[in-house]
Design a protein around this ligand. Structure first.
Ligand SMILES: Cc1cc2nc3c(=O)[nH]c(=O)nc-3n(C[C@H](O)[C@H](O)[C@H](O)COP(=O)(O)O)c2cc1C
Length: 260
């Protein structure tokens, strides 16, 4: 099949998923267009992909699931038996039902999954876990995944032959939200509004960036990473409790799982 365009559809509050998806995309011989849903959009865009487009969907794992916010964007995206590949990044604990959920949601919207992968990365809440991953060796594995996807696109006339199986259980694991929600330190905040502009959940009012709507906040850490004044942080007590807990259940040297 003569392929049209590579569509990169992703959610990446702290930039790791973006890095991974871009590395995979480098191996695909198609011009690409990105739909980055890490910046809040009140109105979710409607997108229709062609049968000869190729889509890569990328998400971070939150509590073993696909972030609910990404699913809201996915609702308005339609494929037409469009081939697609999946990428889940996770902070070296587990990805549990996230790939199965992503696959099911993507298939329900008219895509044909021809590959799926879960890549262990730096943990966005506790960056000492999986520190600096994806590293050089990880990038090589990610590029190889991209190369195999590219080969499939080049060789196949129809994608019906692919039957990708991923681990996970349905009903999915319950996700109750993060208990680590950042706050602004009034003494340090200069009201520059950067955090409000980058918040994926629209949880920080631009006119009052010292406030956070904790009903909307998803605890993604994007505001913490983007604040030059270091005014945004989570409670240090809660953080050290989580750090201790995660250190017991995460393995910084986990390897990628690729399903082809
Ligand atoms: C709210 C939240 C929940 C998370 N849940 C998990 C999890 O269940 N398992 C895991 O291994 N990592 C988990 N992580 C870590 C992220 O999945 C991981 O760091 C990811 O690569 C971040 O991607 P990003 O940089 O594109 O935002 C979580 C991170 C956040 C902020």
């Amino acid at each position: 099949m003569k392929m049209n365009e590579l569509k990169l559809v992703y959610f990446s509050p702290t930039g790791t998923t973006r890095k991974v998806i871009m590395e995979a995309a480098r191996s695909i011989d198609l011009k690409s267009v990105s739909f980055d849903f890490s910046v809040y959009k009140e109105k979710k865009p409607s997108l229709k992909f062609l049968p000869n487009d190729f889509a890569i969907f990328g998400v971070p794992v939150y509590g073993g699931r696909v972030p609910a916010l990404f699913l809201e964007y996915l609702e308005n995206i339609k494929g037409d038996n469009t081939p697609a590949a999946l990428i889940a990044t996770y902070g070296c604990r587990e990805y549990e039902d996230a790939l199965l959920e992503l696959k099911t949601e993507v298939e329900n919207r008219g895509f044909k999954v021809i590959g799926a992968a879960a890549f262990p990365t730096e943990h966005s809440i506790v960056p000492s876990i999986g520190s600096r991953r994806p590293n050089k060796a990880d990038l090589k594995v990610i590029a190889e995944y991209g190369t195999e996807l590219n080969r499939r696109l080049r060789k196949s006339e129809s994608f019906d032959e692919f039957d990708i199986q991923v681990p996970g259980n349905s009903p999915y694991k319950k996700y109750g939200g993060s208990s680590l929600l950042p706050k602004a330190d009034s003494a340090l905040c200069t009201l520059c509004g950067t955090c409000a502009k980058v918040c994926p959940a629209g949880a920080i009012p631009l006119k009052e960036p010292k406030k956070t709507d904790h009903k909307k906040c998803i605890g993604c850490m994007r505001c913490v990473r983007s604040c030059k004044q270091k005014a945004r942080a989570v409670s240090s007590m809660k953080m050290s409790i989580l750090e201790r807990k995660l250190n017991k259940v995460c393995q910084s040297d986990k390897t990628a799982d690729i399903f082809l």
